[in-house]
Write a protein that binds this ligand. Sequence first.
Ligand code: ZN
Length: 225
Amino acid sequence: MPNTKPLHEMFELNEELPCSVEGCKNKRYKLYSTCLKHRQRVYKYGHPKALSISRKAMKAELKQVRNIVLKNRDTHPGLNKAIKWFDKWLLDASLEMSGVPGQYHFKRLYDHGISGEELLVVTAAVFIYSYRNPSKLPSDSKYKEAAVEFAMAHQTTKLIPLEYMTTASGKKRAKFLSKKDRSEIGKYIYDTVGLLYLKMVRSLDRKNDEQQTWKKEMQMDFNVA
Ligand SMILES: [Zn+2]
């Protein structure tokens, strides 16, 4: 039987229920499974619990990726291809080719002289950061990897000056990437070079483990009997 309830009644029924985010005491918003605050986080950051990540917060990850690129650029075939892939994306966008994800934004990046390598460094840093800070960029079965995807797209906007638009009332307002752009750009990066970034996480973890083992071994007790 089709549901014939008026929409406002369905809203009211749903709005009686608690927000599905653990620990949140708010009621749901309209027909969403979360409250308005958490719904807005989904819209902006891809996940109800995701937060905005500053470039400063990823300082360590940026440094580590720059070092990986410097030492492997000429020898690692996957890294080499990934940088070229970003370069081609920028070039295709600059030529205004059809079907290029985030074409308008990537043309702006190209026009500001941003290279494929810079895009790789900043997006790989976000990826590694998400592994170390799952509470800030969570992933789960419902929202999947949207938080890290959105954050990767968002960080690319920080490489160039903000664009401004004039509103109907004549006010100047910053123009941000649309939800569609954030989702499309982020997903394209994740699906294409995610495996490479995961290998960076693993290599860094292994190096860290080796350093910890070394420290432990240097501090082991001697038999002095
Ligand atoms: Zn909530």
